[in-house]
Every structure is written in structure tokens, then in C-alpha cells.
Design a binder for this molecule. Sequence first.
Ligand SMILES: Cc1cc2nc3c(=O)[nH]c(=O)nc-3n(C[C@H](O)[C@H](O)[C@H](O)COP(=O)(O)OP(=O)(O)OC[C@H]3O[C@@H](n4cnc5c(N)ncnc54)[C@H](O)[C@@H]3O)c2cc1C
Length: 429
Amino acid sequence: MPSPYQPTNIAIIGAGPAGAATALRLSYLGIPCVLIDKAGFPRDKICGDALSGKVPTLLNRLDPAIMDRFRQRFRPVDVWGIRFYPPSKKLIELPFKVGYERIPDEAPGYVAKRLDFDAFLIEEVRRRPNIELHLNTEISSYEKTPTGYRIQAKDGGPAWECRLLIDASGAHSRFSRKEAGQEVDHDHYAAAVRAYYRGVTGFHPDNFIELHFLEKYNPGYFWIFPLPGGQANVGLGMRSDIVKKKKINLREALDEIIASPDFAPRFANAEQIDPTAGYGLPLGSKERTLSGDNYLLTGDAGHLIDPLTGEGIGNATYSGFIAAELAEKCLAENRFDAAFLAAYDVRIARVLRTELRLSYRMQQIMQIKWLTNLLTGIVAANPKVIEVLCRMYTDFELRKQIVKPLFWWKLFRAKTGKMPLPETVEAER
Ligand SMILES: Cc1cc2nc3c(=O)[nH]c(=O)nc-3n(C[C@H](O)[C@H](O)[C@H](O)COP(=O)(O)OP(=O)(O)OC[C@H]3O[C@@H](n4cnc5c(N)ncnc54)[C@H](O)[C@@H]3O)c2cc1C
């Protein structure tokens, strides 16, 4: 009897940003793969819908035509900075680029509904002849074999036997938990709810996204992001251990915040256009092993969300590219064992871990109210420091300085006239 398992070198489970990015990168490297998703697209993914600079940068690197096609087709909101409200409510506006000129096609970030963005990635996948795409196909069983994995879709659906399994099945990945042993740790996990509104007012003219760090919901934040067509993505996210400890109902909390005197005027003529929905965020604040014999974990399945900002699409895309580039080496060397695949963790550490560690440090600092208020007070009063912080998005060395107490001590002393500004700030004058 012929085997029900179709042979393939590489199978990817999940066709969200992590899986689609892996398949596209492989495709551009000339390597065929099977890409499987349980959903039909377009499909919603509960998210803030903000695409950080990493996403256009990586897609442009793959093929500049990709982001051009996306911008033309969906006209996403072009984002030029962040409005950051610490618990003291002292507004800090951080443009992504100092002295920027607003050219929408060159925006450093975008906001677009995941319904559109993810479906667009699938369209890109369909353009590639060497990606075998299977939608509406839910993988329900995994079996380790001496040479790889056997995977089977539910209800007697198709089955494959692969040498490398790339798990991109998101925050609720069963493979990540059961096969790779990456259990949820509530100290390193967040819960969040999202609602779509129409008619919210008071946005920055250049579409700055807004993060409101409210004392009652720390660590976490309330966000308002502008969407195309006068809509807005509004939500609240918090670390899961605190949600549990304080018994917070995030849906009720979101409604409460919107109705509070600080926000009610901006929602006075707004209407909610779909029910509030929630989902989990596996944060990258805990180091985990993301590879093993014949498998790699990418995106949310690998717990790679930024623990301060909740940004995960960029890291999902990045991890997909890294997985694809290693898969090329696996095929060249005919090696799919854990020792060889450990190179994935090494590269993830080099490219993403330092940033995740810094964000975790900042998340911890944000829990100390007096310190956050002191630091943000210094920043708000000093335009030169704001310029330096803007450089933080692209200057990694600077970001490392910012989490060091000495940097802030020097700023504090400079503010009180007791010391010159630190060199990083001086250099900006
Ligand atoms: C409320 C909220 C707000 C957020 N806001 C932002 C934001 O503004 N910006 C940002 O960058 N990040 C944000 N994130 C994080 C971001 O949504 C994720 O990091 C991102 O979706 C990860 O992409 P992924 O491809 O790893 O997983 P997903 O996007 O979840 O894709 C996983 C795919 O796997 C499929 N799948 C699952 N199980 C199976 C199976 N058994 N068989 C076949 N297919 C399967 C699913 O159908 C899905 O299509 C937010 C998250 C939440 C919850």
C-alpha cells in the first residue's frame, strides 16, 4: 500500500507573518516548501495592527516590489512616531526620525488591519511557483520519526513526512508546548483585548501611534492606533501574572478607560464597529531553546514578542527569514539534527535577544512609578534628550546606554545644572 504521507523536505505549519515570511524567504532562495494553515484567508488575527520598521525593511530586502504592492493595494496608514504617555501623563512625542519629511511611501512604520496584511502575504505566497500552499487544513497530529516528522491534518486530511518542521502556528501552538516543551509562563506572557472603532478624534497629524501607560494597568498599556478609513484599533494589554493576581477583566477595563474623563471626549462621537476580542502574547523576556531534532520554532510559537511594546510581527518575520536561511544550510549539508539546528538559536540571540532583554529591562523599570515619573520628567523637559531618544530606534548602542542608571544619573545632574549632559546628548547639539 502506498504511504499516505507525502514526502517534502520542509513543512511549515501556520501561514501568518512567521510562516509566510519563512516560505517567501525559502522561495526566493529557490527552495520549495509546503505551507499549511487551518484558516482560509482573509482571516482576522487579534492584534494592534502596527507594523514596525522591521516589517517594511525585511520585505524590501526580499523584494522591494512587495511593499510597493502592499501600499498600492491597501493604502495603510503611514506612521511617523509614537506618543508615549507615562503614568504621570506627561506626553512625550518621539518621532521615528529626527526632522523627517513625510513621504508616505517611505514611512518608517504602518498600521493596517491584519485581515488585509496577512491576506496580502498569502497573495505574495501564491505568486511563487515553488510554495505548495494548503489552506483550511488543520494539523492535528505530529509524530517523530528517525529522519523527521510525520504530520497529519484532522478529519483524515492530507499528511506529510518532512525532514524539517517549521512551527509557525502562533501563540497557541500545540507543537511548541507539547513537542518542544515550551510551556506558557505567565510572568512572561501577556493578555490583551482589541476593539475596532470609527470616529475617534485627537490623533497626531502624522499618525503617531499612542501608548498610554496607566498606573492601574502596569505593566501593560492602553493603545490607540489610527487605521485607514477613519477607523482606529483600540486595546489594552497586560502581563498575565498581574491580570490573574489583580483579577482584572480586560474587556471591562477597556470600556472603563474609554469612558473615563481622560478619554471620553475623544470617543464622544465614536462607535465600536465589532465586538471586543482577546488573545495571548508569548513574550520574549525569558530565554528559550527554539530548535531541536528536525524542528524550529518561529514567531509567537517561539515566544518572540517584545515584552515592552508587544510588537511581534517584525520578530515573527525576522525569525522566519533566519529559519529559511538555516534551512538552506541544512539541505546543503544534509543535517537536520539538534546540534546543527542550534545555529538558529545562536542567530536569534544575535539578532533579537539583546533587544528583547533591553525591552524587558525597560518593562521592569516602568513598574517603579517614582523612577518612571522622574525619568520621563527629565525627558519631557529636555528637547535634546527627545532627539537622542528618537535615534534609539536605529542606534542600538544608544539603546544599551539608555537602560544604564549612569546615563540617567548624568542627565539628572545636567538638569539640575551640576554636570554637563552625557556625551550622547552633547553630540546632538
Ligand atoms: C491584542 C494583541 C495586539 C498586538 N499588537 C501588535 C502590534 O500592534 N504590532 C505587532 O507587531 N504585534 C502585535 N501583536 C503580536 C502579533 O499579533 C504576533 O506577534 C504575530 O501575529 C505573530 O505572528 P505568527 O505568524 O507567529 O503567528 P500568527 O499570526 O498567530 O499566525 C499563526 C497561524 O497559524 C495557524 N495555525 C495555528 N494552529 C494551526 C494548526 N494546528 N494547523 C494549521 N495552521 C495552524 C493560524 O491559523 C494562523 O494563521 C499583538 C498581539 C495581540 C494578541
